[in-house]
Design a protein around this ligand. Structure first.
Ligand code: G3D
Ligand code: MG
Length: 270
Protein backbone atom coordinates (compact mmCIF):
# COMPACT_ATOMS: atom_id res chain seq x y z
CA UNK A 1 0.00 0.00 0.00
CA UNK A 2 1.24 3.48 -0.83
CA UNK A 3 2.25 5.72 2.08
CA UNK A 4 0.05 8.67 2.87
CA UNK A 5 1.18 12.16 3.57
CA UNK A 6 -0.76 15.35 4.21
CA UNK A 7 0.84 18.75 3.59
CA UNK A 8 -0.45 22.27 3.82
CA UNK A 9 0.46 24.63 0.99
CA UNK A 10 -0.42 28.30 0.46
CA UNK A 11 -0.98 30.46 -2.58
CA UNK A 12 0.07 34.02 -2.11
CA UNK A 13 0.41 37.18 -4.13
CA UNK A 14 -1.49 40.40 -4.81
CA UNK A 15 -5.23 40.57 -5.36
CA UNK A 16 -6.40 39.37 -8.74
CA UNK A 17 -3.11 37.86 -9.92
CA UNK A 18 -5.09 34.63 -10.41
CA UNK A 19 -4.61 32.58 -7.23
CA UNK A 20 -8.23 31.45 -6.95
CA UNK A 21 -8.36 30.74 -10.68
CA UNK A 22 -5.24 28.55 -10.47
CA UNK A 23 -6.70 26.52 -7.61
CA UNK A 24 -10.01 26.19 -9.41
CA UNK A 25 -8.33 25.09 -12.62
CA UNK A 26 -6.18 22.53 -10.83
CA UNK A 27 -8.81 21.10 -8.51
CA UNK A 28 -11.99 21.40 -10.60
CA UNK A 29 -10.58 21.92 -14.10
CA UNK A 30 -12.70 25.02 -14.71
CA UNK A 31 -11.92 28.64 -15.49
CA UNK A 32 -14.38 31.38 -14.71
CA UNK A 33 -13.90 34.89 -16.05
CA UNK A 34 -15.72 36.57 -13.21
CA UNK A 35 -13.73 37.88 -10.31
CA UNK A 36 -15.02 37.06 -6.85
CA UNK A 37 -12.76 38.40 -4.11
CA UNK A 38 -11.57 35.65 -1.81
CA UNK A 39 -12.85 36.39 1.68
CA UNK A 40 -10.43 35.41 4.41
CA UNK A 41 -8.98 32.13 3.28
CA UNK A 42 -10.41 29.19 1.47
CA UNK A 43 -9.06 25.68 1.78
CA UNK A 44 -9.45 22.84 -0.70
CA UNK A 45 -8.04 19.36 -0.69
CA UNK A 46 -6.38 17.56 -3.58
CA UNK A 47 -4.74 14.17 -3.66
CA UNK A 48 -1.88 13.34 -5.93
CA UNK A 49 0.51 10.45 -6.35
CA UNK A 50 4.17 11.32 -6.08
CA UNK A 51 7.06 9.09 -6.90
CA UNK A 52 9.69 9.25 -4.20
CA UNK A 53 12.87 7.29 -4.94
CA UNK A 54 10.85 4.69 -6.80
CA UNK A 55 8.23 4.48 -4.08
CA UNK A 56 4.68 5.68 -4.71
CA UNK A 57 3.45 8.20 -2.15
CA UNK A 58 -0.11 9.42 -1.76
CA UNK A 59 0.20 13.08 -1.07
CA UNK A 60 -2.79 15.11 0.05
CA UNK A 61 -2.36 18.81 -0.49
CA UNK A 62 -4.38 21.08 1.75
CA UNK A 63 -4.39 24.12 -0.48
CA UNK A 64 -4.90 27.46 1.25
CA UNK A 65 -6.02 30.24 -1.04
CA UNK A 66 -5.20 33.38 0.88
CA UNK A 67 -6.77 36.74 0.20
CA UNK A 68 -4.39 39.14 -1.45
CA UNK A 69 -5.30 42.47 0.11
CA UNK A 70 -2.34 43.74 2.04
CA UNK A 71 -4.43 45.32 4.80
CA UNK A 72 -5.22 41.76 5.94
CA UNK A 73 -1.77 41.10 7.28
CA UNK A 74 -2.99 39.28 10.40
CA UNK A 75 -5.27 36.89 8.52
CA UNK A 76 -2.45 36.19 6.12
CA UNK A 77 0.21 35.54 8.72
CA UNK A 78 -2.16 33.25 10.63
CA UNK A 79 -2.77 31.36 7.41
CA UNK A 80 0.95 30.89 6.77
CA UNK A 81 1.43 29.05 10.07
CA UNK A 82 2.29 25.42 9.56
CA UNK A 83 2.53 25.67 5.81
CA UNK A 84 5.00 23.28 4.18
CA UNK A 85 5.25 24.90 0.77
CA UNK A 86 4.06 27.88 -1.23
CA UNK A 87 3.01 28.91 -4.69
CA UNK A 88 3.98 32.55 -4.98
CA UNK A 89 2.07 34.19 -7.79
CA UNK A 90 2.30 37.39 -9.82
CA UNK A 91 0.55 38.64 -12.93
CA UNK A 92 2.84 39.05 -15.95
CA UNK A 93 0.81 42.02 -17.17
CA UNK A 94 1.23 43.91 -13.89
CA UNK A 95 4.90 44.47 -13.01
CA UNK A 96 3.91 45.95 -9.66
CA UNK A 97 2.53 42.54 -8.64
CA UNK A 98 6.06 41.17 -9.11
CA UNK A 99 7.57 43.96 -7.05
CA UNK A 100 5.04 43.13 -4.31
CA UNK A 101 6.53 39.66 -4.00
CA UNK A 102 9.89 41.19 -3.05
CA UNK A 103 8.46 43.96 -0.91
CA UNK A 104 5.67 42.21 0.89
CA UNK A 105 4.76 38.60 0.23
CA UNK A 106 8.12 36.88 0.53
CA UNK A 107 9.12 38.79 3.69
CA UNK A 108 5.74 37.99 5.25
CA UNK A 109 6.08 34.32 4.36
CA UNK A 110 9.62 34.24 5.70
CA UNK A 111 8.46 35.66 9.02
CA UNK A 112 6.08 32.74 9.50
CA UNK A 113 8.06 29.85 7.99
CA UNK A 114 11.60 28.73 7.50
CA UNK A 115 13.11 27.44 4.32
CA UNK A 116 10.04 25.87 2.72
CA UNK A 117 9.88 24.87 -0.95
CA UNK A 118 8.53 27.63 -3.16
CA UNK A 119 7.33 27.59 -6.74
CA UNK A 120 7.15 31.05 -8.31
CA UNK A 121 4.41 31.46 -10.87
CA UNK A 122 4.24 34.13 -13.56
CA UNK A 123 0.52 33.82 -14.26
CA UNK A 124 -1.69 35.00 -17.15
CA UNK A 125 0.96 34.00 -19.66
CA UNK A 126 -1.84 33.63 -22.22
CA UNK A 127 -1.90 37.44 -22.36
CA UNK A 128 1.69 37.89 -23.56
CA UNK A 129 3.83 36.68 -26.41
CA UNK A 130 6.05 34.15 -24.73
CA UNK A 131 8.89 34.48 -27.23
CA UNK A 132 9.32 38.09 -26.08
CA UNK A 133 9.08 37.29 -22.39
CA UNK A 134 12.25 37.95 -20.50
CA UNK A 135 12.61 35.31 -17.79
CA UNK A 136 15.25 37.23 -15.86
CA UNK A 137 12.80 38.55 -13.26
CA UNK A 138 11.59 35.05 -12.54
CA UNK A 139 15.00 33.48 -12.45
CA UNK A 140 16.11 36.30 -10.18
CA UNK A 141 13.38 35.38 -7.73
CA UNK A 142 14.31 31.73 -7.88
CA UNK A 143 17.99 32.44 -7.39
CA UNK A 144 17.44 34.93 -4.58
CA UNK A 145 15.03 32.86 -2.54
CA UNK A 146 15.63 29.39 -3.89
CA UNK A 147 12.88 27.53 -5.63
CA UNK A 148 11.31 26.66 -8.90
CA UNK A 149 9.59 28.92 -11.36
CA UNK A 150 7.26 28.66 -14.31
CA UNK A 151 4.91 30.58 -16.56
CA UNK A 152 1.29 29.60 -15.99
CA UNK A 153 -2.15 30.35 -17.31
CA UNK A 154 -5.22 29.51 -15.26
CA UNK A 155 -7.18 30.25 -18.42
CA UNK A 156 -5.54 27.78 -20.80
CA UNK A 157 -4.31 25.48 -18.03
CA UNK A 158 -0.70 25.81 -19.11
CA UNK A 159 1.63 24.50 -16.38
CA UNK A 160 -1.13 24.62 -13.76
CA UNK A 161 -0.97 20.94 -12.87
CA UNK A 162 2.79 20.99 -13.34
CA UNK A 163 3.19 23.75 -10.76
CA UNK A 164 1.29 21.83 -8.06
CA UNK A 165 3.08 18.59 -8.92
CA UNK A 166 6.45 20.34 -8.79
CA UNK A 167 5.63 21.71 -5.37
CA UNK A 168 4.34 18.29 -4.28
CA UNK A 169 7.57 16.63 -5.34
CA UNK A 170 9.66 19.27 -3.62
CA UNK A 171 7.63 18.66 -0.45
CA UNK A 172 8.51 15.01 -0.35
CA UNK A 173 12.10 15.73 -1.31
CA UNK A 174 11.92 14.37 -4.83
CA UNK A 175 13.45 15.88 -7.91
CA UNK A 176 11.35 17.16 -10.78
CA UNK A 177 13.16 16.88 -14.07
CA UNK A 178 10.26 18.45 -15.93
CA UNK A 179 10.61 21.66 -14.01
CA UNK A 180 12.52 24.60 -15.36
CA UNK A 181 13.98 25.37 -11.98
CA UNK A 182 17.53 26.55 -12.10
CA UNK A 183 19.67 28.80 -10.07
CA UNK A 184 20.73 30.81 -13.08
CA UNK A 185 23.37 33.40 -12.59
CA UNK A 186 21.90 36.86 -13.07
CA UNK A 187 24.09 39.45 -14.66
CA UNK A 188 23.62 42.65 -12.68
CA UNK A 189 23.26 46.00 -14.41
CA UNK A 190 24.54 49.35 -13.21
CA UNK A 191 22.01 52.25 -13.19
CA UNK A 192 23.65 53.56 -16.36
CA UNK A 193 23.32 50.19 -18.06
CA UNK A 194 19.65 50.00 -17.03
CA UNK A 195 19.04 53.42 -18.60
CA UNK A 196 20.99 52.40 -21.65
CA UNK A 197 18.83 49.31 -22.12
CA UNK A 198 15.62 51.29 -21.60
CA UNK A 199 16.70 53.98 -24.06
CA UNK A 200 17.64 51.34 -26.63
CA UNK A 201 14.35 49.54 -26.09
CA UNK A 202 12.35 52.74 -26.56
CA UNK A 203 14.23 53.69 -29.73
CA UNK A 204 13.59 50.22 -31.09
CA UNK A 205 9.84 50.35 -30.44
CA UNK A 206 8.88 53.99 -30.90
CA UNK A 207 9.24 53.87 -34.67
CA UNK A 208 10.62 57.40 -35.15
CA UNK A 209 14.01 58.72 -36.19
CA UNK A 210 16.63 58.04 -33.55
CA UNK A 211 17.55 61.68 -32.94
CA UNK A 212 13.91 62.66 -32.58
CA UNK A 213 13.37 59.75 -30.19
CA UNK A 214 16.44 60.82 -28.20
CA UNK A 215 14.99 64.32 -27.92
CA UNK A 216 11.78 62.80 -26.53
CA UNK A 217 13.81 60.82 -24.00
CA UNK A 218 15.83 63.88 -22.99
CA UNK A 219 12.68 65.89 -22.44
CA UNK A 220 11.16 63.18 -20.24
CA UNK A 221 14.33 62.83 -18.16
CA UNK A 222 14.46 66.61 -17.66
CA UNK A 223 10.82 66.76 -16.62
CA UNK A 224 11.38 64.04 -14.03
CA UNK A 225 14.64 65.64 -12.93
CA UNK A 226 16.47 62.43 -13.69
CA UNK A 227 20.25 62.70 -13.77
CA UNK A 228 21.33 60.10 -16.30
CA UNK A 229 24.66 59.65 -14.52
CA UNK A 230 22.96 58.68 -11.30
CA UNK A 231 19.27 57.89 -11.70
CA UNK A 232 17.28 56.60 -8.74
CA UNK A 233 15.03 53.58 -8.98
CA UNK A 234 11.95 55.76 -8.47
CA UNK A 235 12.96 58.05 -11.27
CA UNK A 236 13.52 55.14 -13.63
CA UNK A 237 10.09 53.78 -12.71
CA UNK A 238 8.58 57.19 -13.47
CA UNK A 239 10.38 57.29 -16.79
CA UNK A 240 9.05 53.84 -17.71
CA UNK A 241 5.50 55.03 -16.91
CA UNK A 242 5.92 58.17 -18.98
CA UNK A 243 7.26 56.24 -21.95
CA UNK A 244 4.19 53.99 -21.78
CA UNK A 245 2.00 57.14 -21.85
CA UNK A 246 3.82 58.46 -24.92
CA UNK A 247 3.44 55.13 -26.71
CA UNK A 248 -0.35 55.32 -26.32
CA UNK A 249 -0.45 57.44 -29.49
CA UNK A 250 1.30 54.88 -31.66
CA UNK A 251 1.31 51.38 -30.15
CA UNK A 252 -1.36 48.83 -29.24
CA UNK A 253 -2.28 48.37 -25.54
CA UNK A 254 -0.74 44.89 -25.59
CA UNK A 255 2.54 46.14 -27.00
CA UNK A 256 2.62 48.93 -24.42
CA UNK A 257 2.20 46.46 -21.56
CA UNK A 258 4.88 44.23 -23.03
CA UNK A 259 7.29 47.14 -23.38
CA UNK A 260 6.63 48.19 -19.81
CA UNK A 261 7.25 44.69 -18.48
CA UNK A 262 10.48 44.37 -20.46
CA UNK A 263 11.75 47.75 -19.27
CA UNK A 264 10.92 46.94 -15.66
CA UNK A 265 12.87 43.72 -16.11
CA UNK A 266 16.03 45.74 -16.76
CA UNK A 267 15.41 47.66 -13.56
CA UNK A 268 15.04 44.42 -11.60
CA UNK A 269 18.59 43.54 -12.52
CA UNK A 270 19.99 46.75 -11.02
P1 G3D B 1 -6.94 36.24 -7.05
O1 G3D B 1 -7.57 35.04 -6.45
O2 G3D B 1 -5.46 36.20 -7.07
O3 G3D B 1 -7.43 37.52 -6.45
P2 G3D B 1 -8.54 35.56 -9.37
O4 G3D B 1 -7.36 36.29 -8.61
O5 G3D B 1 -8.25 34.12 -9.56
O6 G3D B 1 -9.84 35.89 -8.74
O7 G3D B 1 -8.44 36.23 -10.81
C1 G3D B 1 -8.54 37.65 -11.04
C2 G3D B 1 -8.89 37.94 -12.48
O8 G3D B 1 -7.87 37.45 -13.34
C3 G3D B 1 -10.17 37.27 -12.97
O9 G3D B 1 -10.70 38.06 -14.04
C4 G3D B 1 -9.67 35.99 -13.60
O10 G3D B 1 -10.56 35.48 -14.54
C5 G3D B 1 -8.39 36.51 -14.28
N1 G3D B 1 -7.38 35.48 -14.48
C6 G3D B 1 -6.85 34.65 -13.56
N2 G3D B 1 -5.90 33.87 -14.11
C7 G3D B 1 -5.85 34.21 -15.41
C8 G3D B 1 -5.04 33.76 -16.52
O11 G3D B 1 -4.18 32.89 -16.42
N3 G3D B 1 -5.27 34.35 -17.72
C9 G3D B 1 -6.18 35.34 -17.88
N4 G3D B 1 -6.32 35.86 -19.10
N5 G3D B 1 -6.95 35.79 -16.87
C10 G3D B 1 -6.78 35.23 -15.65
P3 G3D B 1 -11.61 39.37 -13.93
O12 G3D B 1 -11.67 39.86 -15.34
O13 G3D B 1 -12.91 38.95 -13.41
O14 G3D B 1 -10.90 40.33 -13.02
MG1 MG C 1 -8.85 35.01 -4.80
Amino acid sequence: MASKLIKKVCLLGDSSVGKTSLVRKYVYDTFDDSYIATIGTKTVKKELAVNYFGKELNLTLMIWDILGQKEYRKVQSMSFQGTSGALVVYDVTRPESLQSLHDYWIPELQKATSNIPIVFLANKCDLIEKECFDESDLSKLASEYGGYYMLTSAKTGENVENSFITLGKALVGGKDDASVSVKKKIIKLSPGEVMDNIFGHFVEHYGQETDFTMAVLRKQCNTIGLDIRNPSKDQILKLIDRLAEIEKDTLSPNQIIKNKVERRNYLLRM
